[in-house]
Design a protein around this ligand. Structure first.
Ligand code: GLV
Ligand code: MG
Length: 325
């Protein structure tokens, strides 16, 4: 454990080791307002890896109670095959969170993969959600610990605590960056989400994205970048997504059908890189084998490859295989 033992570590969900799936493809995570049946219908036909049905900021306060039931109905009756199904509840500082979780998970827990918790500030908030999920799973006779958690980092306190947050529950599958709320929380002088603030000559998001990525990777979780709000500017989306993908992020939110294909492409390796990665794996397998002379390294064209090359190639090949290349 770390110097800051996380309460979650002392409170395992159900005794089983990580029944949640941290390897689901999440290149494109489609946001769908839980209060909009037309969008909920349409989302089912889009090629997003994940959908998240939103009870938080895309849902007006007065619409939230009905949206909970709309989400239950769409999870149970919709065709979400091939997609990871997530519901974003409201954060723990509101009065809505527990009823969001109870209504959605009791009503559709067996057709739900993860609950996304926004504006997470510390490990205790994740533990609280874990405990509530466990109670509901036990009450309903569901498998305990199957429903995962996505923890959204959207303010300075959350970022400071991100490593403890990442360790707080065995249910956690991803750490998600929420740029809009984050920019507001640190008083960033910009109104365009994901764009660099005017007047700052470097990448204002580098530290934030890296810190989230490190916490995710140190704890075997996925790292997901948040939304790009200029939904008609697909080139702008591509630019911001490419920046996160280059660092190692696994995917990004999409708010519009036009962003879905772009995200799937940006977060998949190019065909050339994928083919090269498979070649490295084959060449390394051969050189380490009996027939290949049990060597620890070999030449592939002009390139020397060894065990570290194999690991790098596995990352690219793994993403490509997941993308069906
Ligand atoms: C998403 O929730 C954001 O605040 O960017
Ligand atoms: Mg937000």
């Amino acid at each position: 454990m770390t110097a800051h033992p996380s309460p979650g570590a002392a409170l395992p969900t159900g005794g089983t080791a990580h029944p949640v799936d941290r390897l689901r493809p999440r290149r494109s995570c489609l946001a769908v307002p839980g209060s909009n049946p037309r969008f909920l219908e349409k989302a089912q036909g889009l090629p997003a890896d994940q959908v998240f049905l939103d009870l938080e900021d895309a849902c007006a306060p007065l619409a939230k109670p009905e949206a909970r039931h709309t989400i239950v109905k769409f999870l149970n009756e919709g065709d979400w095959s091939g997609k990871t199904r997530v519901v974003r509840v409201n954060d723990w500082t509101t009065e809505w969170t527990y009823r969001d979780v109870v209504t959605v998970v009791e009503g559709a827990g067996q057709n739900l993969d993860c609950v996304m918790l926004p504006k997470v500030q510390d490990a205790q908030q994740v533990v609280a959600l874990d405990l509530l999920l466990t109670q509901i799973e036990k009450t309903m006779g569901f498998e305990v610990g199957r429903i995962g958690i996505e923890a959204q980092i959207e303010n300075a306190r959350g970022l400071n605590n991100v490593n403890e947050i990442a360790q707080a529950s065995p249910r956690t599958e991803t750490i998600v960056f929420g740029p809009a709320d984050f920019m507001a929380s640190i008083n960033m002088k910009s109104l365009v989400v994901g764009e660099q603030p005017p007047g700052y000559p470097a990448d204002a998001y580098h530290y934030i994205l890296m810190k989230i990525l490190m916490a995710a990777r140190a704890n075997d979780l996925q790292a997901i970048d948040g939304p790009y709000l200029q939904i008609r500017d697909v080139d702008g989306f591509r630019k911001v997504a490419t920046r996160a993908a280059a660092l190692g992020f696994d995917g990004k939110w999409v708010l519009h059908p036009g962003q879905v294909e772009a995200a799937n492409e940006v977060f998949s390796p190019s065909q050339e890189d994928y083919d090269h990665a498979e070649l490295i794996l084959d060449a390394y397998d051969y050189c380490t084998s009996e027939a290949g002379g049990k060597k620890g390294s070999a030449m592939l064209g002009d390139e020397m490859i060894d065990e570290a090359s194999r690991k790098m190639a596995l990352v690219i090949a793994g993403k490509g295989r997941a993308a069906g290349m």
